[in-house]
Ligand binder design. Structure first.
Ligand code: ATP
Length: 316
């Protein structure tokens, strides 16, 4: 069976603002039904990439296809298949939540029922409230509701849960999972790495306009980056060691300690956030190149195993 065409396909995408290369040759695919998290520090180029894919921004060069169409040339029928939640809250109007959603539903050929959308973002109690009287987090939920009212095939979520309290964030995750279960393709940017880990099938990490890693959430950073860390306190001194066999190490340490429990013992498996921070730091502060001879210089250990995976993925 042939694979259906990707929902989003980007090849060597570049965007320059004057001398600044905000996107410096980025390539990736997002499969239909997939949730893809685009991660990266402030100014990395995420919003630029998303806005190009949404058809809001021209690219300098490279190829982009979104739902089979060049986003620079997408017409109304193409736009109606997209759901867009922009980074900043735009809704501060003098209309109620229900009125605003009803108004927007009218723009789409196949909208979701307004009441259902209001319930899914947890705004039932506020549906007759003027949007300008909502809290910041509640307005953000209106943004999300407006993004999904048109029953999109592809949903762009640019930092959707900024300003949400923890409970609302969990509710939002449930909503995204249900959209995903219905087959919606989702492109998410977020600075909350737990959000990316919980929702994403795959992630791409972008820094300085370049994709520095891409892969399934479990594979980002490569296997080495996931080696557990054993921490303990030895006579008041904090110690830690990375090992693929933490139980064996702990058993040996306890034995050496005369069979007595170790102070402050913990076995930590690096989270996506730990791995992300390491990858970005390694990109921003690369280890100095090795110099042969007596003056040999070695930089701090940096995980670069992902670079190989990346070139494979980019070559697809
Ligand atoms: N209209 C513009 N004109 C000039 N430079 C721009 C413009 N838009 C973005 N930039 C620059 O391009 C780079 C990438 O910006 P972008 O907004 O895509 O980053 P981002 O990854 O979305 O960041 P954040 O996480 O802060 O939202 C930044 O250096 C930014 O200052």
């Amino acid at each position: 069976m042939t694979k259906p065409p990707a929902a989003v396909s980007v090849r060597d995408l570049r965007k320059s603002y004057g001398k600044l290369n905000a996107l410096d040759g980025v390539s990736f695919d997002i499969e239909r039904g997939e949730t893809f998290a685009l991660l990266g520090p402030n100014g990395a180029g995420k919003s630029t990439a998303i806005e190009i894919l949404e058809g809001y921004r021209d690219r300098t060069s490279g190829e982009a296809t979104v739902l089979g169409t060049d986003p620079g040339r997408g017409g109304l029928a193409w736009k109606a298949q997209l759901g867009i939640v922009l980074q900043s809250t735009g809704e501060s109007g003098n209309v109620t939540v229900h009125e605003q959603l009803t108004h927007f539903a009218g723009f789409y050929p196949n909208p979701r029922p307004v009441d259902e959308v209001i319930a899914s973002v947890g705004l039932e109690a506020k549906e007759r409230t003027l949007i300008r009287k909502l809290s910041g987090g509640q307005r953000r939920r209106v943004d999300v509701a407006l993004g999904i009212i048109g029953n999109p095939t592809l949903l762009f979520l640019d930092e959707p849960t900024t300003g949400f309290d923890p409970e609302s964030r969990r509710q939002f995750w449930e909503l995204i999972r249900s959209l995903k279960d219905e087959g919606t393709t989702i492109l998410l940017t977020t600075h909350y790495l737990d959000e990316a880990a919980n929702l994403g099938d795959r992630a791409g990490i972008i820094a300085g306009g370049r994709l520095i890693d891409i892969g399934t959430i479990d594979a980002i950073g490569g296997a080495d980056a996931r080696v557990p860390l054993v921490r303990w306190v030895d006579r008041g001194v904090r110690r830690e060691q990375r090992t693929a066999e933490p139980a064996t190490l702990v058993a040996a340490l306890v034995r050496d300690n005369g069979g007595v429990e170790l102070d402050g013992l913990e076995v930590v498996r690096p989270s996506l956030e730990d791995i992300y921070l390491e990858l970005v730091a390694a990109y921003e502060h690369p280890a100095p190149e090795r110099v042969e001879g007596p003056e040999r210089v070695e930089g701090p250990a940096a995980s670069t195993s992902s670079a190989t995976d990346l070139s494979k993925e980019n070559a697809r």
